[in-house]
Design a protein around this ligand. Sequence first.
Ligand code: HEM
Length: 259
Amino acid sequence: MTSYLRSWFTTGVPAESDSVSESKPDTDSIPSILKVSQPGSDDEDDGDATETERDRDDDDSPPAFPAPFSAQRAASGSDSLSTKPAQTSRTSGGLLPRALTDTQLMPPPPPPQLGAGRTPGVASASTTPSSSLALPPSTTKRPTPPSKKRTKVALAPGHSPLDWANLKTSGEDLRGVDTLMRITPSMLKQHNKRDDAWSAFSGKVYNITPYLAFHPGGERELMRVAGRDGTKLFGLTHAWVNVDYMLDACMVGFLVPES
Ligand code: HEM
């Protein structure tokens, strides 16, 4: 009971007014809650009866820093900053929630393992197709072949397009006729042999015999139009080819209807 009353009517007199305290001992009767707390004093009641009984004139211990219930102390997670072992144990004794440090909240990532599972300089498409240097899938597929087969024919030596151009301009007679003629479909039909082949393209009739060995599509294809009008087949095969320029030296006449 006595210690309880003393805790209320404590002698907490500021250190600077020690002389006043000695001359006026009746200040003990003032409740501590009405007194103005001075820096460095221990007037705050922490419920520790043994501390109130101490001789406060000799107490030069500094206040706790950080303050016992401050956020700074709570965030530190430890009481390493405290200078008073008694307050340290009280703070870490579970009164405040223990704040986690950065390392506890987010542990560091595992160290990268660059060398694991791959050979430097070699694309590992079989293991990690999305993250390797393998070609994108669109380029690894074989292109679908065209539906219509267009076979390139190996031309005999001396029968390249350039050789044909040279022969065409050499002045050699490639027509086989003296003058341009009016040619009917029945007349055209008589020239359908390999050594005597005529064909009509867009109303003009050409002697295709000398060109057979130079045709990039082969003799066989070209002979399909021998002795008849080949305009349609020619246009379906390669309309971009300028037949008038290619065979101008082979022209024999104009296609005319039957009379
Ligand atoms: C007398 C008229 C003809 C001339 C002057 C001619 C000329 C040519 C030329 C210059 C090419 C090469 C075209 C290129 O590489 O782009 C070619 C290719 C070819 N020509 Fe003719 N052609 C004629 C008639 C025909 C006919 C009637 C056929 C029958 C289907 C034919 C079938 C082909 C084929 C299949 C190719 C191969 C195209 C390739 O491999 O890319 N040509 N022709």
